[in-house]
Design a protein around this ligand. Structure first.
Ligand SMILES: [Zn+2]
Length: 486
């Protein structure tokens, strides 16, 4: 209550922004054909485009697309009417430019998704960009894909918002792989491409289930009521009570599972449903599928493996088959290699940086664990920024920065601002680099970046950040020595 009232207070303090772009103009005012076409393109952009958070002042918290996850672009938590005009900057602590975690955790179920968004300490203006392409620029093809995707997600389902809210809260607390969480959420919103859903999109398709040829195939049918999968659920004794009672749709079923089963069984329920959906898709493509009586076992094995992946340390070291090797810089005394790694299961990511001189001797290494910013390019851009920061931190003023993402290196080497979702991190890296005496950004194939890669992977095993001066962490020592001797 305290927090929302202070937010409420801040709403009234917040200024109105005179800023007005095509994205905000009233659609009803003009009628010319040209204007209508612009409005149409604008609709595609509004449905598919995403705000990149800079200072957060232009972005409304609610009813605006500004989150990084494909299936979760806007805030799902219901916002009180009074706060509808609040902007994202009210969730940011200034001047540090950090998310106000205490406030966000209290106010929004979407807290994790928000805190995954990397912020720039320069507090640049917010930017509306296009997530469908790697460089953030709109193309007709990507626009078309985005429209298809949008329609898939927004098909009318029979569930009301009220039944979805508790599901939303529970899905993200289940200890299951992220892809299964996404599946559960999409299934609950009836947003999977079932035959019934394809039919609703007016595709010339018979809605009848291919497996039993007997009822229309919606999500509930595909993973629960279809006679062809009856055995799977019959083997799960704990579903007996639920199977005896009628259910309306998948969201209704899932709510009943959540309400009556132990958390572990709720997890099994989702993984089995996910496996059944995968199985159904493979079958349609004529691929080999799991025997129906094996699905339950497979789900349990998959869950056990997922849980134990948190416990076992990763293999200490891998020496890749090398044909392209790391080389010292030709024009600079120091070469800095950086790389990012993604740990999808824990929604985290790693950054690895190594600074070497012309003799190949290590000056410093950095391993850092961060929140996963939901795209590989974004973590690569972040690693580049971190590499430039690191150089200043250890007192060097010139270097060649080498990374293995073509997209990110290309963005670092152009002066006009990048429209990509990670564009503010590129601008950060460029602006930090301009403070050095001299620098360049170059690209190397993955094998040439093996140490930075190993360091980034190592982040999985550490708490926050580790810096090694004139040394590398023990697990990467052999790889380091092999690169020097060769
Ligand atoms: Zn069927």
């Amino acid at each position: 209550m305290d927090d929302s009232s202070s937010l409420f207070y801040r709403v009234f303090k917040a200024k109105f922004f005179p800023h007005c772009s095509i994205l905000e103009t009233d659609t009803k005012t003009r009628g010319s054909y040209a204007w209508q076409s612009i409005i149409k393109a604008r609709e595609v952009l509004l449905k598919g485009g995403v705000w990149r958070v800079g200072d957060g002042r232009k972005i409304k918290i609610w009813k605006t697309r500004w989150l990084l996850e494909d299936h979760h672009r806007s805030i799902v938590t219901h916002g009180p009417q009074l706060l509808q005009d609040c902007t994202v900057d009210q969730l940011i602590l200034k001047p540090r430019m950090e998310w106000d975690s205490a406030l966000i955790d209290k106010l929004l179920y979407d807290a994790e998704a928000i805190k995954n968004i990397p912020l720039s300490d320069r507090a640049p203006p917010d930017k509306f960009c296009w997530p469908g392409t790697a460089n953030g620029l709109y193309t007709v093809k990507s626009g078309y894909h985005s429209l298809l995707h949008y329609e898939k997600q927004h098909l009318p389902g029979s569930s009301t918002k009220d039944t979805l809210q508790p599901i939303w809260n529970s899905v993200w607390s289940l200890q299951i792989p992220k892809k299964c969480q996404h599946f559960a959420w999409r299934a609950s919103r009836e947003a999977l491409p079932t035959r019934v859903n394809l039919c609703r999109r007016r595709l010339p398709i018979d809605p009848t289930c291919e497996n039993c040829r007997n009822s229309p195939e919606d999500v509930l049918h595909a993973v629960w009521t279809c006679p062809s999968i009856h055995l799977v659920w019959a083997q799960e004794d704990w579903t007996q009570g639920i199977r005896a009672s009628p259910v309306m749709d998948f969201a209704d079923l899932f709510s009943k599972v959540l309400a009556t089963a132990y958390q572990q069984n709720s997890e099994v329920f989702i993984v089995i449903s996910w496996l059944l959906w995968q199985r159904r898709n493979k079958k349609r493509l004529g691929q080999d599928v799991l025997d129906i009586d094996q699905v339950g076992n497979k789900a349990r094995a998959y869950l056990t493996e997922f849980v134990s992946s948190f416990e076992t340390p990763p293999p200490t070291e891998l020496i890749p088959a090398v044909n392209i090797k790391w080389q010292p810089s030709r024009d600079f005394v120091f070469k800095v290699n950086y790389d990012g790694a993604v740990f999808q299961e824990t929604n985290e990511a790693g950054i690895g940086v190594i600074v070497r001189n012309q003799a190949g001797k290590v000056m410093a290494t950095l391993v850092q664990k961060v929140r996963y910013p939901q795209s590989v390019e974004c973590i690569e851009a972040w690693a580049a920024k971190r590499a430039v920061q690191f150089i200043s931190e250890i007192g060097l003023s010139e270097a060649e920065f080498e990374g293995d993402s073509k997209t990110v290196v290309a963005a670092l080497n152009v002066s006009h601002p990048s429209a990509a979702p990670y564009g503010h991190l590129i601008a950060d890296a460029q602006s930090l680099a301009r403070a050095l005496t001299s620098f360049c950004f170059s690209h190397v194939k993955r094998q040439g970046n093996a140490l930075a890669h190993a360091l980034a992977r190592m982040a999985k095993t550490i708490d926050d950040i580790e810096v090694w001066m004139e040394d590398v962490p023990p697990p990467t020592k052999r790889l380091y020595l092999s690169e020097i001797s060769s």
